[in-house]
Design a protein around this ligand. Structure first.
Ligand code: PLP
Length: 457
């Protein structure tokens, strides 16, 4: 009998065991009905009834290289023959090379990698490093952000996922508003004004909090789950200036924006701004084996040359995960995957979504870059009233649920959040596949249009 023979082969057993024994994240356990997935390949996954879905979500926006990439699978099998686990206390060839490659891609003076198992742990360690390096305690983070679900970084998170942990979150976190031209917290009328006012708001926040108490500002260079909020020109450079003026560190949370999502290795490179710390996970190896980390600039790394860094993880720099990162980065280069992501954004998704917006009154705005796009749905273009309320659930969420069901029925797996659908397929998706997915989206948006109440419908 093979060691894997016990894995059930039929949908009903998979589902039954899931319901009995698997405790799912972010869910009321009795109210969910997870779809059992039988297989996946390229940009598609297939259920046990043989229904194939084109994945416009990349799972949790992490399968940047697509499913079952043959070269990546071969690399995992090859490295598994050599080493499956070596503790972080030893040096390991795959870990050394993964760290070198990631630093090379990060550029500037980012010279060392502290590996973790995922994004939340990366942010935990980035804020710990920032606090110890600066000797200051406060961390500034944005409203409309997500930084992970562990106890420390859920406090950084600026969305409803934080509420369930309150008030037991770590002290010393202050939230501020980032730019969002379509729903400006600053009532701006154009992108230039938005940059100016968002930066003034950040300066004011730093002033009243006391610059000398602030260790770091953490931000997603392009806000991901909370709306694919692409910063207006000059914003990130302005944040860097504020940091430099006050000795505050800039942490770029690239967990979702990195490794091709924005058409660059790291999203912040789109604006040529230097971070002091980068956190990454997801796309570094598309989750084929869990991996995350912090890329550390030389001065911060030097703080811990003679002083013990008080943190570590049993599976840190896991050899199989690191080998998968080396292989994934190599495949990205060999196959021009960053170019493909840029091409899809500039020549296909952007122009096609603009046409879709023209056809559907319920589309308030489309925005994005690379393979990182949002379609923001509204009841009324004039008032910009969202198609569903903020954090809608139950009956309030019905318009978005109906829209998502229409996509799924037609074989497209969408990523919906609040009143938006995100277009976030793997970076390896072909132009033809993207066009097919957008055609389905176009049809399904007719469902959203039925909830439109504006007078111009
Ligand atoms: N940071 C960002 C921007 C994310 O999108 C996520 C996950 O979605 C995280 C951090 C947390 O990563 P993980 O779920 O791997 O802990």
């Amino acid at each position: 009998m093979g060691a894997l023979d016990g894995i059930p082969a039929d949908k009903d057993t998979v589902k039954k065991l899931d319901r009995e024994h698997v405790f799912h994240s972010w869910s009321a356990q009795a109210l969910i009905d997870p779809l059992p997935i039988a297989s996946a390949e390229g940009s598609y996954f297939t259920d046990y009834d043989g229904k194939r879905y084109l994945d416009f979500s990349s799972q949790l926006v992490n399968v940047n290289i697509g499913y079952q990439h043959p070269k990546l699978i071969a690399a995992i099998a090859e490295y598994a023959q050599r080493a499956t686990t070596i503790s972080p206390a030893f040096a390991n060839d795959a870990r050394s090379e993964a760290a070198r490659l990631i630093c090379e891609k990060a550029g500037h003076d980012l010279s060392k990698v502290f590996f973790t198992n995922g994004g939340a742990e990366a942010n935990e360690n980035a804020i710990r490093m920032a606090r110890l390096h600066t000797g200051r305690s406060k961390i500034l983070a944005m409203y409309r952000s997500y930084h992970g679900a562990t106890h420390g970084v859920i406090g950084l998170t600026g969305d409803p996922r934080r509420w369930g942990t309150e008030p037991h979150i770590i002290p010393g976190v202050v939230h501020f508003w980032g730019p969002y031209p379509y729903r400006s917290a600053f009532h701006s009328e154009n992108a230039e004004q938005e940059t100016e006012r968002a930066l003034q708001h950040l300066r004011d926040t730093v002033m009243v909090e006391g610059a000398q108490t602030i260790a770091a500002i953490i931000l997603e260079p392009v806000v991901g789950t909370n709306g694919i909020l692409v910063p207006p020109p000059g914003y990130l450079a302005g944040v860097r200036e504020i940091c430099d003026e006050h000795g505050i560190l800039l942490i770029s949370d690239e967990v979702m924006a990195g490794f091709g999502r924005c058409g660059e290795w790291f999203g912040i490179q789109h604006w040529d701004v230097r971070p002091d710390l980068i956190t990454f996970a997801k796309g570094v190896n598309s989750g084929y084996v869990p991996l995350g980390g912090v890329v550390v600039s030389a001065p911060i790394a030097a703080t811990f040359d003679q002083r013990v860094y008080p943190g570590g993880l049993t599976y840190q720099g896991h050899p199989l995960a690191c080998a998968t990162a080396v292989a994934s980065i190599t495949i990205f280069e060999e196959e021009g995957i960053l170019d493909n992501a840029r091409h899809l954004g500039t020549d296909v998704i952007g122009p096609e979504l603009a046409k879709i917006a023209d056809r559907h009154p319920s589309v308030g705005e489309v925005r994005g870059l690379g393979v990182f796009w949002a379609v923001e749905l509204v009841r009324d273009r004039a008032t910009r009233e969202p198609l569903v309320p903020y954090n809608a659930a139950g009956a309030d969420a019905q318009p978005m649920n109906d829209f998502a069901a229409a996509c799924k029925q037609r074989g497209l797996w969408p990523m919906t959040h609040f009143n938006r659908t995100h277009v976030v397929p793997p970076c390896t998706t072909t132009e033809q596949e993207v066009r097919e997915g957008l055609a389905i989206l176009d049809e399904a948006l007719e469902v959203a249009d039925t909830f439109y109440t504006g007078s111009d419908s």
